[in-house]
Design a protein. Sequence first.
Length: 342
Amino acid sequence: MKSLDPIALTRRLVDIESVTYNEGAVGAYLDALLCERGFTVERTAVAQPPNSRFTGERFNVYAGSGERPDVVLSTHMDTVPPFYPSSEDDLYLYGRGSCDAKGIIAAQVAAAERLREAGVAAALLFVVGEERDSAGAKTANLHPKGSRFLINGEPTDNRLALASKGVLRVEVKAHGTMAHSAYPELGDSAVHKLVQVLERLRTLSLPSVEGVGPSTLNIGVIEGGRAPNVIADAASAQVLIRLVGPSEETRKAVEQAAAGLVEVEFTLEIPFIRMRPIEGLETMVAAFTTDVPALDQWGEPLLLGPGSIHVAHTPFEKIAKRELLAAVDLYFEVAQRLALSL
């Protein structure tokens, strides 16, 4: 069988639009490709969320030999919007998903073929929904294959992550009483309450961990009010905190900042995690969150992949061809070393 070309495969994958909740076409393509290349392939359905505008089938793709794997290479098939197709020059591949994470898929498939030839018990797991709620990873975690190690792919510049920050998502809701803005004493401004609390949150002293760095906070969405001449009766904001340890201290600080003024709901938490180093490999700390915490039944996790997170989710997303090809060798080396350690 002709060797797989990771660059050509990356372009083909990028050209299949797979914004979160619309991953069916790219999943079907990978299913057919992996079957053709001699893998035993399984699909696991993942439900659409309630009220989704997408109605198509979506599913995870698992590919192996039919036996228990020692090591699983995994990443996600979905991308953030908007879709734009692939292009390339002498140095780079461009397009939505080129580094996050379709180039990683291509590198992992090529590495898995080499591992199979070397007699290493390795498999592939490609999931949906990572960019929104890790729904695919959560579904996969109900159906583990007994692997000892999971190498998750995200853009880490081909450096092994020693830690990955967690996430605490907070919804802040303020309530008030409408009135004519000429007579503010007759109303109670929800916007003023919200702004006061958001300033407290913005200036919170958050935990920091040596070698990892500080927790960070972003006020990402603010909504509220009726008109400039109306005292606002409702306002809300969505806040995201990147965690570097347990969340309890941070939750208490948020609740204290909000006390007596607004309601607080913690809508999502993904834990901070640490991972092992491997001798001889460059390392980094991932300030972003991944599917790794949702895949804890798939073995000890490692986080590694080509590309820069700084261009992911941007109009300038790209991946260096040299780095993509180096990732194939790196995945092969790491998986082989892990398997031999058993």
